[in-house]
Design a protein. Structure first.
Length: 169
């Protein structure tokens, strides 16, 4: 059953983002197409048993991640995307893409392995993505969050994202 999703927007010109990367005990790097299988497994594990779990299997998750990397209209922004690894094991990722619907960047995925959640890793990667978008000259960014995903809602709101009611646009 598909759940309602809500739009969130941040004005990057007014966002307060730390000027440098936070100290993390992770190896950070940009993701590539070679990471599709690993990103798909990370997404499945991160979503399993949560409000975002729609019963996907590995093939479906790999298809979704492949679509992210291959989209032309909503192309990835590799300079703003990042993955974090601990002992060569991917534990968190922030994937940013151009969103043709808003003509602005979209934080498409922000996922952390369940064993590493509640350690601030997702927030640090979100800050990295926002900082890079500011450096690239973008003025706003968007996110789409499933209704009831209070952890994501709070994390994005702490970084200045505000829920947008499309009926008022």
């Amino acid at each position: 059953m598909a759940r309602a999703r809500h739009l969130y927007r941040v004005d990057l010109r007014r966002a307060t983002v730390p000027s440098g990367p936070a100290e993390l005990s992770l190896a950070l790097r940009s993701p590539s197409r070679n990471d599709i299988p690993t990103l798909a497994r990370l997404m499945l594990e991160a979503y399993r048993g949560t409000i975002d779990d729609e019963g996907e299997d590995l093939a479906g998750a790999e298809s979704e991640v492949t679509s992210f990397f291959e989209s032309r209209a909503d192309a990835p922004i590799p300079e703003a995307s990042i993955v974090g690894e601990d002992r060569a094991q991917m534990v968190t990722a922030c994937l940013v893409a151009w969103w043709s619907e808003t003509e602005a960047p979209l934080i498409a995925y922000l996922v952390t392995h369940p064993s590493r959640q509640r350690q601030g890793l997702g927030s640090r990667l979100l800050e990295h993505g926002m900082r890079r978008l500011i450096e690239l000259g973008h003025e706003e960014a968007w996110a789409v969050i499933t209704e009831g995903n209070t952890a994501s809602e709070k994390a994005f709101q702490r970084h200045g994202f505000v829920r947008v009611d499309p009926d008022r646009e």
